[in-house]
Design a protein around this ligand. Structure first.
Ligand SMILES: Nc1ncnc2c1ncn2[C@@H]1O[C@H](COP(=O)(O)OP(=O)(O)OP(=O)(O)O)[C@@H](O)[C@H]1O
Ligand SMILES: Nc1ccn([C@H]2C[C@H](O)[C@@H](COP(=O)(O)O)O2)c(=O)n1
Length: 419
């Protein structure tokens, strides 16, 4: 992936657009010249050619504003658009160029009359960090143009571009902005995001306060550090508590207890802010590991694998093959984060996991709910877990009895950590 960073003032004709329909992406590009290609069916399918089509791309403003607005935009559209409007996720990007992804929505307006939609678009284009384009069928056949939208009656100054189909890029567009927007590879990068949120999220101050006295764990702990990972209800709590007792170890968690009061608030925030919060949680836990690991073995319930794998699986839309391939820099371990001696990933047949969830009968977080319903998301989380590089990593089948799983993991720890 090229490292060039692209300006946020979009030059549409250097970009490709992608609209997601039923989990598959349709790619097209606005170009100055028309080379005889038909526009993608996305345009031709508009009812009798009479639907009004728009793209709304979030751009301008700082990254916190953009992230917050993108999170709110879909709700706003669904709430305020008249019946007969379809809204699909959309993005605009420069193929294979990092940080070039801008997110938004494609709007197909089949409603009677255009005043409600146009009123909403006018307000948004004047007030919000969003760029609105409209699409027009220009001649017979399937030739469409894209134009920066302006409210009816305003002097039209923008240029028309032909809409031509475009090939799928080598890197899936949703992977272009993952680095330091969904996954953070240093304390500083995550810290900067939470610092920038101080004005809008009161809880940010308490998180920053906890980090003020942070001492970076510089030396390797004397005792082994074993992280247990896995989807919810795979048996992490059961296993980590048994390991603590069997090894006389300290049991820690990420995010640590001290972040619990702020967690629910950050869980409601868009990925940029939410993932920065979890990333910082790992640094606080790392500090605790540094201290406890000088006295006895340390067992950790979730750590950086969880932060990265859930973030990547959420950011990458569509099929699991859209995930970056093994070896991608997206899966690298942060250079300034303590590496455990061993990471144990518990895997479980989805049906057995559901049975355990049902039997446990506790409330679920929104992300757990999504995991349960969405087989594809679960596959993406598991694949991402397995591709993360850095510390020694082993997968353990968690379907045998709790004691059998414990014995198996103890054997692995003894073999790999010389305990
Ligand atoms: N090996 C096992 N065999 C059968 N049931 C198990 C086993 N391990 C754990 N359980 C049961 O499965 C349920 C989920 O286990 P546990 O709470 O340890 O999972 P978890 O991974 O910590 O979940 P979460 O991440 O959601 O907190 C519990 O009711 C637990 O008693
Ligand atoms: N170190 C961590 C721990 C958790 N998360 C996120 C990932 C999921 O959204 C959720 C799962 O946690 P649980 O419900 O099992 O407490 O929290 C993370 O990103 N990093």
């Amino acid at each position: 992936m090229a490292r060039r960073t692209v300006s946020l003032v979009p030059r549409w004709c250097s970009r490709v657009f992608s609209v997601e329909l039923d989990g598959a992406a349709v790619y097209f590009a606005p170009r100055e010249k028309h080379r005889g290609e038909d526009a993608p069916r996305l345009f031709g399918d508009a009812r009798g050619g009479h639907a009004r089509l728009y793209s709304l791309i979030v751009c301008g403003g700082d990254r916190i504003t953009r992230a917050k607005f993108h999170g709110e935009l879909r709700d706003k559209l669904l709430r305020e658009l008249p019946p007969g409007c379809d809204v699909s996720p959309m993005s605009s990007f420069v193929p294979d160029v990092r940080d070039s992804l801008l997110k938004g929505y494609f709007l197909k307006d089949n409603s009677q009359g255009s005043s409600t939609t146009e009123g909403l678009l006018r307000d948004m284009s004047q007030r919000d960090p969003v760029s609105v384009c409209s699409y027009l069928k220009c001649v017979e056949g399937q030739v469409w143009t894209q134009r920066l939208w302006s409210p009816p009656g305003s002097p039209e100054m923008s240029k028309d571009f032909y809409v031509v189909p475009s090939d799928a890029p080598e890197c899936h567009p949703s992977t272009l902005n993952i680095i330091n927007s969904d996954v953070f590879y240093s304390f500083e990068e995550a810290h900067d995001v939470i610092k920038q949120c101080g004005d809008i999220i009161p809880e940010a101050a308490s998180v920053l306060e906890l980090l003020r006295s942070r001492v970076e764990a510089r030396s390797k702990p004397d005792f082994p550090v074993i992280v247990v990972e896995g989807l919810d209800a795979t048996g992490k709590t059961t296993l980590t508590e048994s390991l603590r007792d069997a090894l006389g170890a300290t049991l820690l968690r990420s995010p640590p207890q001290c972040l619990s009061p702020a967690r629910a608030r950050f869980d409601r925030e868009p990925p940029l802010i939410r993932r920065a919060f979890y990333a910082l949680g790992n640094y606080i836990t790392a500090e605790q590991i540094g201290q406890e690991g000088m006295k006895k073995p340390v067992i950790v319930d979730r750590f950086w694998h969880s932060t990265a794998a859930y973030a990547i699986a959420t950011a990458v839309s569509g099929q699991a093959c859209n995930l970056p391939a093994e070896g991608s820099e997206i899966y690298r371990w942060p250079g300034d984060l303590l590496q455990p001696s061993l990471v144990v990933l518990l895997t479980l047949d989805p049906e057995e996991r559901k049975t355990r969830l049902r039997n446990r009968g506790q409330g679920k977080t929104e992300e757990e709910e999504k995991l349960d319903q969405n087989q594809l998301f679960r596959i993406k989380v598991e694949k991402a877990y397995q591709r993360i590089s850095g510390p020694a990593f082993v997968t353990v089948d968690a379907s045998p009895s709790a004691d059998q799983v414990l014995q198996q993991v103890l054997r692995l720890i003894r073999a790999k950590c010389h305990l």
